[in-house]
Each structure stands twice: as C-alpha cells, then as structure tokens.
Write a protein that binds this ligand. Structure first.
Ligand code: FAD
Length: 448
C-alpha cells in the first residue's frame, strides 16, 4: 500500500516539528520552505533572535527526543529583574523552586528541528520554494522555486505552517468562507544588543529576563549562550513618544540616556544597531475554520499572538502534540483528526491571544508598580505554601500543560482571590491551610 503523503508548507519552528511527528506516524512528508536552508546559509532566522521556551514547548520536543539537546544549550531564567529609571533593581521569581523558563536561539532550534526532520528517510526538504497556490480539493500545491520555475506538488493532505502571513490561509480566504481578523498593536519592536563584557562575562545577571518597564513602552533583554543579551525595545510607531520621533543619533542617545541610563554603558553599538535593525510589527491573527477539505493550518498561520506571554512558539508546538493525539484517536483518519484538532485548539488559541495582550500591560506598566509587586509577592507565597491548592495564571500557562482556556478562567478566579486577601489585609493568614481552604471554597475555586 502506498503511504499517505503530506505537503508541509513552511519549515519554521512548527512546520519542521510537525514534519517529524508526521514521519514518525509513517507518512511521507514533503516540506517546502520559502527561505534558503538555514543550516548552510548565513541568514537570520527571522523575527527575534532568542525566545522563551517553557513547559508546553518542552513537552512537544520531548516527544521527538529533542528536549535534552535543546535544554543543554538554553539559559534558564528563574524570574524577572526590573530596572527602574534610576537603575534600581527589583526581582520577581517566575514560579516556585525549580520552575524557570529557557532562553533559546530561534535559529539554533529551527536548525535542530530541520536536522531531525532530515534524518528521517520519509521527510524530503525543499528550500527556496515559495507557496503560491493551493487546490484544497485535489491536494495540489504550487510553488515558485529560486529560479522562478513553477513546481507542483501532489499530496493526500496539506499542512499550512507558513507563519503569521500564511499563503495557505490566504488561499483559504479567497476560495471559501473563512472568518479572519488581524489586529496590529500600536507598538513596534526593535532588537538591540548588550554584548559580553571585556572579560567575556555577562553584563547583567544571566538567569533572569530583564525588563525596563516605562509605562507606555518597555525594553526587555534575554541572555544568549555567547554571554550577550538580545534587547527588544517595544515602542509606539507614531505619536509624540514614538519611533517616528527618534530620527537622529542625538534623539536616540537622549532617549536612551534619559530612560534606560543603566543599560546605555552596556550597549556600545546602540546607535548602529538602532539604525541598522528593522522595526517589526506585532499582530494578533484569529481565524476559523482552520481546515478546508484536504488542508489544515497550524501555528502562527492560524493564531499569531503578540509575544508578551512568551507563548507563540510554545502554543505552536502544543498544536503539534494535539494534532498528533487527534490522529491517534481518529485511527489515522486525517480528515477526522484535522476537524477534532481545530475544535480542540481554537478556544485555547483565543485564550492565549487574550492573555498575551493582557500581559503587555503587566510587563510595560505594572511590573514597576509597588502595589503590583505586593500582589505578586502574595500570589507567590500562596503558590509556594499551598502548591496543591493554588496555582497562579502565569504558572498554569508557563509551567503546565493545562489548556490555555482553563488557565485563563481559573487564573482570573485566582487573581480575584489574591485581590480579596490584600483588600482585607489577610496576608498573614495565608500560612494557615484551613483559612486558604475556606476562602477557596467560598469562591468555588477549590482544585477539582
Ligand atoms: C519579537 C517576538 C518575540 C517572540 N518571542 C517568543 C517567545 O519568547 N516565546 C514564544 O513561545 N514565542 C515567541 N514569539 C512567537 C514565535 O516567534 C512564533 O509563535 C513562532 O515562530 C511560530 O512558529 P511557526 O512555525 O508557526 O511560524 P514561523 O516561525 O513564522 O515559520 C513560518 C515559516 O514559513 C515560511 N513561509 C512563509 N511563507 C511561505 C510561503 N509562501 N511558502 C513557503 N514557506 C513560507 C517562513 O519562511 C517560515 O520559515 C515571538 C515573536 C516575536 C515577533
């Protein structure tokens, strides 16, 4: 019997991982990527040099045996270090003892996934192939190669994992009913660098994600294995406080000296980086259905989210796990599996999209606020004292595989509880388990 064939469009993070999952099931996979092979070409992996990898992504990598290799090159970040305008630091752990997120290189991770895919004789990789058209009825996908030639690929099924500006999604939109929205933030982002010091050390504490919250905007920095940090400035595109007002070297110097004074001495190439690096945009994409006849969407192609919960890639990797489980449950009937997958994932993709926007406010504004820091301390104490009774929203999203929609609803309930404890001055009582059980039970928030 001939094997089921699948065309994967897009060999980014999610497409290359899903190709491995498909091949492990015995399908024949042809993966087409628009860009050159990043294993040979010196190209940037695209947006953001490093990414925060957490439980959901690690779980998906573990299932293909990549978790340990990725973790061996990752830098653990145990909490947030906040820098105020005077250079004072405040620290907030992300979770309880042993819980941390991981700074990983986007390019390094993508290369390892492509290598793993390439090791499987049932996966065939085609680079410099840009998807142009999809025939959802026949399973035919049309690409343009680097020489401008048209390449047509036949398959039983098609997976569109071609990112936030997906061509496969675009084809779905033009050939039928697809509800679609895209919402751009007023903020864009620009990547900058803090290199290793002259003694080849990290210039800042390496095991933390650094944040310079400034109300209307912020800068963050994540560590890299070469002891540098990649900084990202999130700043409005237009208006009186915006990228459009940072036109000259002096504008940029004055702005950074005023608002990020402690970082400036650590950024010797600030001006060059600022003017050389592009300003990226931040978009939330929602659409439905994710399936049309023989094709399904996965990852950013169906649910791009803003990066403030560090979950876009983690969510895309979780898509792979859920689709894999749906294929098992459907005994290999891919049409049934695709439908079950979209039904299961849509509500969770919507939840993480909302949470990511909510976290934007928290990161740029609240993390520097004293009341908020107190709130976080009480929440942290509850998590640490009663881990079996109480989990913060951040913990559920980042350190568990609890569905995002549950983390959203349960997290909102838990937030209300912490606020109630603070409003009533009950902070000292939370060491008492009976007290905590009582308030959880009165709020109908006991773990089930
Ligand atoms: C600034 C920033 C910071 C981020 N930080 C984090 C973080 O810390 N943690 C986290 O989990 N997520 C983060 N994300 C989100 C994360 O980058 C995405 O969610 C993730 O890359 C999605 O993977 P994907 O494979 O769906 O899409 P992509 O990684 O975008 O891959 C899509 C691939 O498809 C290819 N392609 C596109 N069009 C075509 C075509 N027509 N034909 C063929 N191939 C095509 C592209 O070249 C690309 O290789 C961040 C995003 C940004 C912008």
């Amino acid at each position: 019997m001939s094997k089921t064939t699948i065309t994967v469009v897009g060999g980014g993070l999610a497409g290359s991982l899903m190709a491995v999952y498909f091949a492990k099931k015995g399908y024949e996979v042809n993966l087409f990527e628009r860009r050159p092979d990043m294993r040979n070409a010196d190209i940037s992996a695209g947006r953001s040099i490093n990414l925060a990898l957490s439980a959901r992504g690690l779980h998906a990598l573990d299932k293909v045996g990549l978790k340990e290799a990725i973790l061996s090159e990752a830098i653990p970040m145990h909490g947030r270090t906040m820098h105020d305008e005077s250079g004072q630091l405040a620290y907030q752990p992300y979770g309880t003892e042993g819980q941390f997120i991981n700074s990983v290189s986007r390019g390094g991770l993508n290369i390892q996934l492509l290598e793993l895919a390439d090791e499987n004789p049932d996966v065939h990789l085609f680079f410099n192939h840009k998807c142009q058209e999809v025939n959802f009825e026949t399973g035919q996908t049309t690409f343009e190669d680097e020489n401008g030639n048209t390449v047509i690929q036949e398959a039983d099924f098609i997976l569109g994992s071609d990112g936030a500006f997906s061509q496969v999604r675009m084809e779905m939109m033009t050939s039928g009913k697809l509800n679609y929205s895209q919402d751009y933030l007023d903020h864009g982002y620009k990547e900058l660098t803090i290199p290793a010091t002259a003694d080849d050390e990290f210039a800042l504490e390496p095991n933390a994600l650094h944040i310079w919250p400034r109300g209307e905007y912020m800068m963050i920095a994540l560590p890299n294995p070469d002891k540098s940090f990649t900084c990202t400035l999130f700043y409005p595109f237009t208006g009186p406080v915006s990228f459009e007002t940072l036109k000259t070297k002096t504008d940029v110097e004055d702005f950074f000296n005023k608002h990020f004074a402690d970082a400036v001495p650590l950024m010797p190439t600030l001006i060059e980086d600022f003017f050389a690096n592009p300003t990226g945009s931040l978009v939330t994409v929602r659409c439905y259905p994710w399936v049309k006849e023989k094709a399904a969407l996965l990852g950013d192609a169906c649910h791009a989210v803003v990066p403030f919960y560090g979950q876009g890639m983690n969510c895309a990797f979780e898509d792979c796990v859920i689709l894999d489980e749906c294929i098992n449950e459907a005994n290999g009937d891919l049409e049934v599996a695709f439908d079950a997958y979209q039904k299961s994932r849509k509500v969770n993709a919507d939840a993480i999209a909302d949470l990511a926007i909510q976290n934007f406010t928290e990161m740029q504004d609240l993390v520097g606020d004293e009341d908020f820091l107190h709130y976080k301390q009480v929440e942290h104490n509850l998590c640490e004292l009663h881990p079996d009774l109480f989990q913060s929203q951040y913990e559920m999203v980042t350190f568990t595989n609890v569905p995002y929609s549950t983390a959203q609803s349960k997290g909102a309930q838990n937030t209300a509880l912490v606020k109630k404890i603070i409003a009533n001055g009950w902070e000292d009582k939370i060491t008492d388990r009976t007290f905590v059980l009582d308030i959880l039970s009165s709020a109908n928030a006991l773990p089930t």
